[in-house]
Design a protein around this ligand. Sequence first.
Ligand SMILES: *[C@@H]1O[C@H](CO)[C@@H](O)[C@H](O)[C@H]1NC(C)=O
Length: 443
Amino acid sequence: MLPSGGVFLGLLLCLCCSWHVSQADVAKLVCFYDASSFVREGPAQLSLSELEPALNFCNFLIYGYAGIDAESFKIKSLNPELSYNRQHYAHITALRQKFPHLRILLSVGGERDLNVEGVADTGKYLSLLEEADSRNKFKSSVNAELAKYGFDGLDLAWQFPQVRPKQQQGALKRAWNSFKGWFSSSAIDPTAEEHKAQFATLVRELRLELQRNGKLLTLTMLPHVDAELYIDIPSVMSFLDFVNLGTYDFQTPYRDPKQADLPTPLCAMSDRDSTLNVQYQVDYWLNHTANAQQLNIGITSYGRAWQMSRDSGITGFPPIEATEGAAPAGKRTGIPGLMSWPEICELLQHHLGGGKDTSTDHLRKVGDPTKRYGIYAYRAVGENGESGVWVGYEDPTTAAIKASYVQAKNLGGVAFHDLSLDDFRGQCAGEKYPILRSVKYKL
Ligand SMILES: *[C@@H]1O[C@H](CO)[C@@H](O)[C@H](O)[C@H]1NC(C)=O
């Protein structure tokens, strides 16, 4: 049964999303853990003891990320220069002794497996699919790795090529796309049809191998990977335990440096690409599978931040034109264009001294009474030329709205990206992992 708050919310959501309230099962919470947070410098470093409080809330912990060796097609550690990684595997899987309910999976890919130019290496993820021999090499290396370090299964955060942002295409192409959907699709991978069939084969082969050892197999869709191109949904679903949908990062400063917009809307916004919202992605998958319980939606614990220019105006109302790419890195995470929840929270909380804002850092929050599109905070370029910033983000309240949507649609659960970007020290409001808690409370 949904609590009454959920029913009320359901009525609101009905305005944009049509569904009927059903008797919801207990939904699962799949927690992504970015292992590189273990070796971050400074205050964003997440130690194992700081990770532990989160694990009471998670049903699954997904260790991100392992990679693939381009020559041998074996699964590999992405931090070979640091001996910590494989030891770290063992330290993480040992947490199961304290948290026996927890299933711990190793994830491969996740846009972290980079080539020498430092960009996601999609080429080897496609070529691995093409030969039975390379699939076999991958499969047996996975089997050995999971067994050796005690993981409960493998998550395929497969690095398929992503659809290009529409803004970077010419007006003519855009017009062409609007009635010939295949145009940009065939441009990113002319042999996508083959790759789709081969990926289904890989999934089936991996399943047969892994289930012999009682291991799980899951799929994580990365944002902007076109499922229509690469995923034969009816055939892979029977071999997967669940799928995490890439329902976040619809807009980022890397895809759209010159225009800031709400990064993870729940429902379609007017005058925007109708596919770039949670609702559309969920509907697409539901149209191809009967089993809603296998689908988890992605919810983030971070925001996407752009630098505003003088020409971006002062209203903050999205979309924001004339932005200048990613906002400078936050003090904790050090990643340009990304702000963790504690980083955002701190900028929202700067005290007002004597009616006057004492800090030039302070961001003004703008909420979303419709509960459909998401919230943002910003600071326009100052009179004295102080820099401007615009960030679209989730907070405990908006994350709860998405979790209620999961309940209302009777989906499988939530994939939480990422534990290391939530407020794991409780510096914002005293409570550790506030966004994670908020999601769990609604499930
Ligand atoms: C799902 O199917 C319905 C009915 O065929 C269709 O109207 C809708 O556009 C589809 N949605 C997506 C996202 O594919």
